[in-house]
Ligand binder design. Sequence first.
Ligand SMILES: [Fe+2]
Length: 257
Amino acid sequence: MNRLCERAVRIGLPAVVFTEHLDFEDSWKVDAGDIGEHAQRYVDDTGYVRLPRFDVDGYLAAIDRCRSAYPELRILTGVEFGQPHIWDAQAASLLDSGVIDRVNGSLHMLPFGDNDRSEPTTLYRYMSADTVMWEYLAEIPRMVDGSDSFAVFTHIDYAVRSWPTFTAGPFDPVRFEEGFRGAMRSLAESGRALEMNTRRLWPWIPRWWAEEGGQAVSFGSDAHEAGSLAANFPEAMAMVESFGFKPGRRPEDFWTR
Ligand SMILES: [Fe+2]
C-alpha cells in the first residue's frame, strides 16, 4: 500500500481507492497454474484455494497509516466484493457500518459440478468456451437482481481474460454481443456504474454501455503492484470521453453522461 501511495504521488494521481478483495467463498477448485502468482500460496495440497478472511481492522489501520504518510493524496476505502448476490447477508455488517467508501461487485466464479464454484480459467477446461462465456454473461443480471450492496460492476471482460484462444480461436465480442448488452442493460437499469478495467482496453465496452443506457463509469487499473497503478488511464479517459462521459467534481467521482 505504501508503494502504491508513493507511486500515486509520483505520477500525479490525485486519489486512490484501495478496493481490497472481500470474499466469503470458503474454498474453490483450481487446476495447477490457473491462479495468479499473487494467490498461489493459498492453494492447498488438494487443489483448493483457501483464502484468509478480509482483516477489516488491519485494513483500516493500514489506510490510516497511508493517510498520515501521504497527506497530499486522497485515499479512500473500498472492497472488491466477489459474488455479492450469494454473500450479501455475510457482508451486511461491514458494508452497513459506513467505513467502506466504494463497493465494487465482481463476478469471478460460476457454479461448477454439484457443490463447487470455480473461475472461468478452470471452467474452460471442462466446458466449451462458448458455454462458459454465455453462462458468465447470464449470471450478471442474476447478480444485479440478487444484490443491492455494490455500486460498480468490475471487469465485465473477466471471462475474456482466460479465453482459450488455442482451442476456440480468437475471441470475437460480436458473437456474444447480445449477452454483453443484456448484462449491461440490467446494470444500467439498476443505476450502477461500469468499471473501465484498464488491464485491457476494449472500445466495444464503453460503446455498448452507452448504447444500453449506462450513465456512469469508474476507472480501475486492477493494480496488484505499484508499477501498474493507473496503467492505461489516459487512453481509457479519452475513450469514454468519445462516448459522452465527463468527469465529476472530485477525482474519485464516477464519470457520467
Ligand atoms: Fe477481480
